[in-house]
Design a protein around this ligand. Structure first.
Ligand SMILES: Nc1nc2c(c(=O)[nH]1)N[C@H]1C(S)=C(S)[C@@H](COP(=O)(O)O)O[C@H]1N2
Ligand SMILES: [Mo]
Length: 318
């Protein structure tokens, strides 16, 4: 069996934006395709290219951390996704993620804590007032989006279990069900997708447990029902569809670092000075724009987070 290594996945498998748009516009305008899908005869997946609008969440508290930049629209955010469990193409999550059941759903929070707990997602929604957090998301593949997330501070969720003094890191383990997730039948990554943060990064006020976007429950392809958002780090740190959170005293080994530690470090702070070995990180393309813009260190959140890394060589700890 030919195993496709992540090192081979990008950038050749990254659909160029223009090709992606053309394909999506074709799907949208393809009345025959959609008609057939509605009748259940052929092409059914194409009807899911853009997420159906979900249940409204609210009321929402506005956050002082939100950017006032122009939002990407709902269609872009839900049709141009990375969620390799559903396939490596940007359109795969939108086509396949509707198969994932997001109720019932629990998140177990365990490890070096006083009170390990398994929380039901509907109780997590009530842990703290829901906030709207408009953040830039910068992918390591050099594109970015502005997304109006709905979430709660991750610290509010983590405090539920009273971490022990020895806890230094937090590991996030995500959902794995090969029946629902066709992409996991290939060892593109070592499933389940795992990510990790230092405890102070996880507790930082910018870090959220995201439960929705555009005021509605999270579309499946964006990581329903609960995902991590760490806005100053490359997108892959923001693990989707979390089922387990574990406090540890050792640096967690994330799936991307495990697959290729030379390209994907533990910290993965957005840093235009440290190129990915196969491409530059100096610029980024905001989805929907043509001219690339300069990438900002810490994705523009340096005032809030640079102090977390005082004294660290960020070229070594990339
Ligand atoms: N479980 C899981 N989480 C994941 C990924 C993934 O493949 N699986 N991809 C990551 C990457 S590379 C990015 S850029 C963001 C994309 O989030 P979005 O599709 O909501 O824009 O999700 C991250 N979280
Ligand atoms: Mo990414």
């Amino acid at each position: 069996m030919l195993i496709k290594h992540p090192a081979d996945v990008a950038p050749s498998d990254i659909t160029p934006r223009a090709v992606f748009d053309a394909r999506r516009d074709f799907m949208r305008s393809s009345a025959i395709g959609i008609g057939a899908a509605l009748l259940g005869a052929g092409l059914p997946d194409k009807a899911h290219a853009v997420a159906a609008r979900g249940k409204t969440l609210g009321p929402l508290v506005k956050s002082p951390y939100s950017t006032d930049e122009k939002l990407n629209d709902f269609d872009d955010i839900t049709s141009y996704c990375n969620f390799y469990e559903f396939g490596t193409d940007k359109s795969d999550p939108a086509r396949h993620a509707h198969r994932m059941a997001t109720r019932p759903w629990t998140v177990s929070i365990e490890g070096l804590v006083h009170k390990p707990k398994t929380l039901d997602i509907d109780d997590i929604l009530k842990v703290a007032p829901l906030e709207e957090r408009i953040y830039r998301l910068r992918c390591v593949e050099a594109w970015s989006m502005v997304v109006p997330w709905v979430g709660i501070p991750m610290s509010a969720l983590l405090r539920q279990v009273e971490p022990l003094g020895g806890a230094k890191y937090v590991e996030f383990v995500t959902h794995l069900d090969p029946k629902e997730m066709p992409g996991t039948r290939r060892q593109v990554l070592d499933w389940p997708y795992v990510e990790g943060l230092r405890l102070d990064e996880a507790m930082h006020p910018l870090t959220i447990a995201a439960l929705g976007l555009y005021g509605e429950v999270m579309p499946n392809q964006n990581g329903a029902p609960i995902r991590l958002i760490v806005p100053w780090k490359y997108g892959f740190k923001s693990a989707k569809s979390i089922v387990r959170i574990r406090f540890t005293d050792k640096e967690p080994l994330s799936s991307w670092t495990k697959s290729n530690g030379r390209e994907y470090g533990f910290y993965s702070n957005v840093n235009p000075e440290v190129d990915h070995p196969r491409w530059s990180q100096e610029r980024e393309r905001r989805i929907g724009e043509f001219i690339k813009r300069k990438t900002l260190k810490f994705n523009g959140y340096g005032d809030q987070v640079a102090s977390l890394y005082t004294g660290m060589d960020l070229k070594k700890h990339f």
